[in-house]
Design a protein around this ligand. Structure first.
Ligand code: KG4
Ligand code: ZN
Length: 358
């Protein structure tokens, strides 16, 4: 089965053609062709994504990105079996552009339209290895970390998600971006913080600040990053502001921030693994590109939970893309669990988890 998938929940315009098959123990996927356009540079002057600009750019670029994806896949629209699109969560004006576009294509081609939850896309695609999504050892504990979300999700069976813990305020990606902005680094700041922090570790740069590890010892698996963000602001003010820092000092500051975030995720992952008895752990979402976080969590599982399978997404699909939307849609449709609808509405706060927290 071949799916045309469309992603426009934030500032990436993505289209992909993915072919999928059901295997006795999972699914196999083949990306026939994909195209992705990031608007990050356009939003950079605003220090974040500007929804109406995102909408305008998606509208302008969708036809071009579609043509490019189809050309890369050497396929025509009439050859795909269904159209999948991100329904939410995300920025509603941005989501609507993808939905309207997908709906029109599906109607013109008389194909079914499949709504996909963006976070399910991050989660399931992070479990794909060498084009296969094998039946994981259940339950799976997923830590989903992106610009808009930060949550521990337990998957006891395919497509059944339970909330284990979440951020009480800011998403971790947002915190990375805000602290990067304080350090006068370009948007999106996560990769810049990460690069500087790595440099500081390599050079053993002396410490310039100490930041808190919020909620480290709290009983739940919830996290919080707004206090850390404010602490970073005050610490930087005490240092005289970003302009007063040398490159090495900026790097040391970035390292301290990344250390604080990683310490929190290590402690909460330990707690969540103990509480759920999960057999597989997977990291997903844009912040899953963070090298230090990937390594530290892998080490934690290896050292303390040797029976838990540890999974990471390929770096090429950690950020928003349409491949993950196509894979999630295929997993659902091949399992008879896709919601095929004619009329689709954007859902900015579409939840992934249905059951209450542990
Ligand atoms: O999943 P994603 O592409 O978009 C959303 O659904 O939000 O996540 C984007 C977030 C941004 O906040 C970006 O700064 C962050 O992921 N990010 C990183 C890294 N690469 C991207 N954060 C930390 N370290 C990275 N290497
Ligand atoms: Zn995302």
């Amino acid at each position: 089965m071949k799916i045309l998938a469309i992603e426009t929940s934030c500032d990436e315009t993505g289209v992909a053609v993915v072919e999928g098959e059901k295997l006795p123990d999972g699914f196999s996927f083949k990306v026939l062709g994909a195209a992705l356009l990031s608007q990050a540079e356009l939003h950079a002057p605003y220090g974040g994504v500007y929804p109406n600009l995102a909408k305008r750019e998606h509208e302008k670029n969708l036809p071009l990105i579609l043509a490019q994806a189809l050309e890369n896949a050497s396929i025509s629209l009439s050859e795909v079996d269904a159209v999948a699109v991100t329904q939410g969560p995300g920025l509603e004006p941005a989501l609507w552009t993808g939905i309207t576009f997908a709906q029109q294509l599906a109607r013109e081609q008389s194909k079914p339209l499949i709504p996909v939850n963006h976070m399910e896309g991050h989660l399931l695609s992070s479990l794909v290895e060498d084009g296969k999504l094998p039946q994981p050892q259940m339950p799976v504990l997923a830590l989903l970390v992106s610009g808009g979300h930060t949550e521990f999700v337990l998957m006891r069976d395919w497509f059944e998600y339970e909330l284990v813990g979440e951020t009480l305020d800011d998403a971790v990606g947002e915190a990375f971006d805000k602290v990067a902005r304080m350090l006068e680094l370009p948007y999106p700041g996560g990769p810049h913080i990460s690069r500087l922090a790595d440099e500081a570790r390599l050079k053993s740069a002396p410490s310039v600040a100490t930041l808190p590890r919020p909620m480290l010892t709290s009983k739940t698996c919830d996290v919080s990053f707004s206090g850390l963000k404010t602490a970073a602001l005050y610490a930087l003010r005490d240092l005289g502001g970003a302009q007063k820092l040398s490159e090495e000092e900026k790097a040391a500051f970035a390292r301290e921030f990344e250390d604080a975030v990683t310490d929190v995720f290590k402690a909460k992952t330990r707690k969540a693994l103990e509480a759920t008895g999960a057999r597989t752990f997977v990291l997903g979402g844009g912040v899953a590109a963070n090298r230090y976080l990937r390594e530290r969590l892998q080490q934690l599982v290896l050292d303390e939970f040797p029976d838990v399978a540890f999974r990471l997404p390929e770096l090429s699909i950690t950020g928003d893309n349409a491949i993950m939307i196509g894979e999630a849609a295929l997993a659902r449709i091949l399992s008879g669990k896709a919601k095929l609808t004619g009329e689709l509405r954007a859902a900015g706060t579409l939840p992934l988890t249905t059951k209450s927290r542990l």
